[in-house]
Every structure is written in structure tokens, then in C-alpha cells.
Design a binder for this molecule. Structure first.
Ligand code: NAP
Length: 529
């Protein structure tokens, strides 16, 4: 069973604080703590207090500066300390020693050998030796040689390698190293690309993954918190068969999709987890990363949400791979959903336009057929507008595009048999539904609005129907445009509705189950307010 270990950097003379942190880790459900004693290696009283009173089994690590830690003493003293701890009255479950130190001299190896349990050990010791190697820049060229040395060292019970990932592909090698099962293995990638190796260590049967108690106390770059692992990335539900999904973008750190989809998987008890997948903008990166993730049989990577700047890259990729493309996604020139179907074929589709249609239909309490002949005013001519214009035009509505750059409005309108007009003409043109697809009014410019309140009031005064105002912006949820429209007596639709519904379409494609819309809404709203 893969353990969840919380790493604690112990401050000078503060056994109490470290023990309190360990107790909190135990409450959160950690299996193990790692005491990083880099700063207190000469404070034997504090170290003894930790070992005698630790609420969880522990790893003791005293990482030297030359391997990214803070211990600046010599190796002989460090190994003498370890010898003392391993053979003392409260031995730790594991001692972590860098391969480089272990290889440095027979004397050091002998000291380590006296501290831990191994096949040639004469004394009844229990502590296991973790031999470790870290590279904070890149995958070391001699990674496999290092692992071979750790595997061969008779005193070594656990192999640990950690390196700074240069792309999401590095995670695949970490998974493969765990799967080789030379010995119990910890293989972790550091940095923004390394999260999958940390979250999916359990799926692949790694010995453990490390988590921080909170965002401020991470002991390695990219280390998630225990709360994120447990409550966001579904640690407890993870198994070898768990399917992997993600949101591909650059950047993706801000994305609301992981909390929304993971809560959905939880709600319908789906054996799946959803991760952020940062991929740099160029098509080559997209192709290489997505291709390798799809090809990795053990990963069970079955689909992704795809956002800026990769929506066109997805179409290109699926086309090149011989997959199927939803016709309207091809017409829009952008897809936001990748699905690997049960027969392993690829499907690229666009869930944005359907989400926009369904959000408006729900507000009007009509089916999509009811949109025929409705007059739709679309503000903006960018990516979101393209999907909205394509969807409403396809549904038989009369669409007019208003944009500050008239040429872009004209080009978009022409592509989908819509009309184009200048923003100042909005007041005089009748509309049933107004959709804002510009970022005007988005956080932090929350006092801005793309339409004058008087223009909305004017429109309301001219029709017996209740006009609909739909803002695709979802941060804030109630934009100034929506507040003005509500005050004028219009029906209003927030951007959260579109976000939730585009996620629901993806969820249903991937799982074959009805998406829990209410769960999606409450997760999104709780994160936005
Ligand atoms: P985009 O491709 O950059 O297009 C932005 C459009 O807004 C362009 O047509 C641009 O006009 C116009 N615009 C930008 N700043 C403006 C200003 N100050 N005044 C007037 N017009 C302005 O962006 P996008 O991807 O379409 O996204 C637009 C909005 O849609 C964002 O706010 C985003 O939050 C929202 N969105 C929501 C969802 C959802 O699920 N709810 C999904 C996607 C997008 P020019 O053509 O003249 O440059």
C-alpha cells in the first residue's frame, strides 16, 4: 500500500512544533512523517524527543547542502548520528542517505550498515535504508545507473529518485521506474510538471508520496499539500485501474476544472482522477506530450479538457492521429474536449457551444428548437464568441456580432451566416438574447461593463418578452452587466452556467454517466466567492 508521508522541516530547538505538525499530519490521515533534521543535526535532545514521541512512523533525513538541503556539516558526523539513531531505543522506520554520500567511502558505508536492517545485519535492527538521489535541474543523464547501484546495494531497502521535470513526459519515466519493482521505489518529479508523479504514486504502487502540511511548508518544489492530495486529487479512491483525465493549457494553475471534475467523479463514484496538465504553447509540445500519455498503457489516460492556447492544436492532433472530429468543432476551428473512446480511437469535440445553447435554453425554459428565429446579439469576436456564434447560428437563431474591431466581427459573421454591426448600433437593433463574449467586467475590472445600462433598459421597454442577458465571464459570478440587466427586468445567466455545462458535456462523454450539475455548481461557486 502506498503511504502518504508528510515532510516536516524541524526548526532549531523546536521538537514541540515538529511533533504538533506530525500530530496534525496524523489527523489528516498521513501514514508517515519525514523529519528533516538538516538544521538541528547537532541537537541530539530534540532529535531524541522526536523519535521517542512521534505519533507516526518516521523517516529521518538530514539533507546536505550539496544535495539541495541545509545541512552543512561533514558526512562522517552525519553517518555517526544515523548509526546512533538506528541502533538507539527509538529507531526511525527509515533513514534517508544520498547515494552520493553512500558511495563516497567504505567507512561511510560501514557506518550506514551499522544503522539499518539488511540481509547481512547481525544485530536485531529495524530501520530501513532509503538510498536517494535528487537533481533540481533536470533528469540526470545517469539516472538508470544510479538506480542500478541502489538496487545492487544490499543495505538499501528503498530506492528514491527525484528530479526536476522538464515536461509532463518525465512523469512517465517515474511511473516506469516504480513498475520495474527492483525494490520498493519512490520516484518523484519536481516542479510544475511533476505533480502527476506525486498524485499517481499510489496508482503505480510507489512506496510513498510526500505531501506538505500547508502551502508554506513544502520541502520540495511542486509538492502538493496533504489536503490537496486527499480532498482534491482523490488519494483514497485511487487504484491501479484509475483512469486519468486532465486540463491541458498554458498556464493551467488557475483552472477550476480539477476541483469540478474530481468532485463529479467522487459524486458518481467513478474510478478516475483529473489533473492540471501544463503544456507549452507550441504544437510540437502538445503532440509529443499528449501522444506519449495516450500511448502509455498503464496510465489509462482517457481524455482531457483543452484550453488556451491548445484548442486548435487538439483538432490538428486528432486529425493527424486519424481520429474523429465533431463537425461543428471543425467549423469553429477549435475543440476543447479530447476523448479516448472504448475502442481507443480519439474524438475531438467542442463542449462550449452546446453549453452556451443549453444555458440560454434553461433560462428561457425551452428546447433548442425554440431558439429558431430568436435574435441573438453577441459582443466580441474572439474564441468564445466563435463557439457561441457557431452554436446559435447552427440552432437557427438570427445572430449579430458586435465587436470593437469591425473586421473581426465581419469575418466571424461571414463564416457562420450571421450579421455584423458596430457596438454603437446595439441600442437600435432588437435582440432577445444578449451574450457578452468580451472580458469587459472580468476581475479585477469589476466596475466595467460592455453595454450601457440605459441600452438594456431601452431594449426591455420595447418588447413584451423578457430579454435574456448572458455574461460568459464567471469571475465575478454577478458581473456589473448582469446586475444592470437584472435591475432592468431581464433574465440573467452567469458564466458559471456555461462553465458547468461545458464540463458536464465532457464528463458525460468520458464516463457515460449523468453529470452531477449541482455538485459542479457548488464547487465552482465555493471557489469563486
Ligand atoms: P479572446 O479570444 O481574447 O477575445 C476577446 C474578444 O473581446 C475580442 O473580440 C476583443 O475584441 C474583445 N475585447 C477585448 N477587450 C475588449 C474591450 N476592452 N472592449 C471591447 N472589446 C474587447 O477571448 P475569449 O477566449 O473569447 O474569451 C472572452 C471571454 O469569454 C472571457 O472573459 C472569458 O472569461 C469568457 N469565457 C467564458 C467561458 C465559460 O465557460 N464561461 C469559456 C470561454 C470564455 P478585438 O477583436 O477588437 O480584439
Amino acid at each position: 500500500m502506498t503511504m502518504l508521508a508528510v515532510s516536516i522541516m524541524v526548526e532549531e530547538s523546536s521538537a514541540e512544533a515538529a511533533l504538533a505538525a506530525a500530530a496534525r499530519a496524523a489527523e489528516f490521515g498521513a501514514d508517515l512523517v519525514e523529519y528533516r533534521i538538516d538544521r538541528i543535526a547537532d541537537d541530539i535532545d530534540t532529535i531524541n524527543a522526536l523519535l521517542s514521541r512521534t505519533p507516526l512512523p518516521c523517516v529521518v533525513t538530514c539533507r546536505p547542502t550539496w544535495e539541495g538541503g541545509e545541512y552543512d556539516g561533514n558526512d562522517a558526523d552525519r553517518m555517526s548520528l544515523f548509526e546512533h539513531l538506528g541502533s538507539g531505543p527509538h529507531p526511525p522506520a527509515y533513514l534517508d542517505v544520498e547515494l552520493a554520500a553512500y558511495e563516497r567511502s567504505a567507512n561511510l558505508r560501514q557506518k550506514v550498515g551499522f544503522a539499518v536492517d539488511h540481509p547481512d545485519q547481525q544485530r536485531p535492527l529495524t530501520t530501513g535504508l532509503i538510498l536517494s538521489s535528487h537533481d533540481f535541474d533536470r533528469r540526470p543523464k545517469d539516472l538508470l545507473q544510479k538506480i542500478a547501484k541502489m538496487a545492487e546495494a544490499r543495505a538499501c531497502r528503498v530506492i528514491k529518485v527525484a528530479w526536476h521535470a522538464r515536461s509532463l513526459r518525465d512523469n512517465l519515466e517515474a511511473f516506469e521506474l516504480i513498475e520495474k519493482k527492483y525494490k520498493p521505489t519512490i520516484a518523484l518529479c519536481m516542479g510544475q510538471f511533476g505533480l502527476p508523479s506525486r498524485v499517481l504514486a499510489k496508482k503505480f504502487g510507489g512506496l510513498l508520496t510526500f505531501a506538505a502540511l500547508d502551502a508554506q511548508s513544502a520541502t520540495a518544489p511542486g509538492q502538493p499539500t496533504i489536503d490537496e492530495l486527499k480532498n482534491l486529487y482523490r488519494w483514497d479512491a485511487q487504484r491501479g485501474s484509475t483512469r486519468v483525465y486532465g486540463v491541458i493549457g498554458w498556464p493551467v494553475g488557475h483552472s477550476m476544472s480539477p476541483p469540478v471534475h474530481n468532485a463529479g467523479f467522487d459524486a458518481v463514484d467513478e474510478d478516475a482522477v483529473y489533473l492540471p496538465m501544463p503544456i507549452p504553447p507550441e504544437y510540437e509540445h502538445f503532440k509529443a506530450t499528449v501522444g506519449s500519455w495516450l500511448d502509455h498503457a498503464g496510465l489509462h489516460f482517457r481524455g482531457a479538457s483543452v484550453t488556451i492556447p491548445h484548442k486548435a492544436n487538439l483538432l490538428h492532433f486528432v486529425e493527424e492521429s486519424g481520429g474523429e472530429i465533431e463537425p461543428l468543432a471543425a467549423a469553429i476551428g477549435a475543440a476543447n474536449t479530447l476523448t479516448k473512446r472504448e475502442d481507443d480511437s480519439l474524438y475531438a469535440s467542442n463542449s462550449d457551444y452546446a453549453a452556451a445553447l443549453d444555458s440560454v435554453c434553461a433560462a428561457l425554459d425551452i428546447e433548442r428548437e425554440g431558439l429558431t428565429g430568436k435574435q441573438i446579439a453577441v459582443l466580441g469576436a474572439g474564441g468564445a464568441a466563435r463557439a457561441v456564434v457557431a452554436g446559435f447560428a447552427d440552432a437557427g437563431a438570427g445572430v449579430t456580432v458586435f465587436n470593437r474591431t469591425p473586421e473581426k466581427a465581419a469575418a466571424l459573421a461571414e463564416r457562420f451566416q450571421a450579421a455584423a454591426a458596430k457596438p454603437e448600433e446595439l441600442r437600435d437593433l432588437p435582440w432577445d438574447v444578449l451574450i457578452n463574449c468580451t472580458p469587459v467586467g472580468m476581475h479585477p475590472n469589476v466596475d466595467a461593463t460592455p453595454v450601457l445600462k440605459s441600452d438594456i433598459e431601452h431594449r426591455k421597454s420595447q418588447t413584451t418578452n423578457q430579454p435574456v442577458v448572458f455574461d460568459t465571464i464567471y469571475n465575478p459570478i454577478q458581473t456589473r452587466l448582469l446586475r444592470d440587466a437584472k435591475a432592468a427586468g431581464c433574465l440573467t445567466v452567469p458564466g458559471t452556467e456555461m462553465f458547468v455545462r461545458q464540463a458536464a458535456t465532457q464528463f458525460e462523454l468520458w464516463t457515460g454517466k449523468v453529470a452531477p450539475l449541482e455538485v459542479f455548481r457548488s464547487v465552482l461557486e465555493s471557489r469563486l466567492t
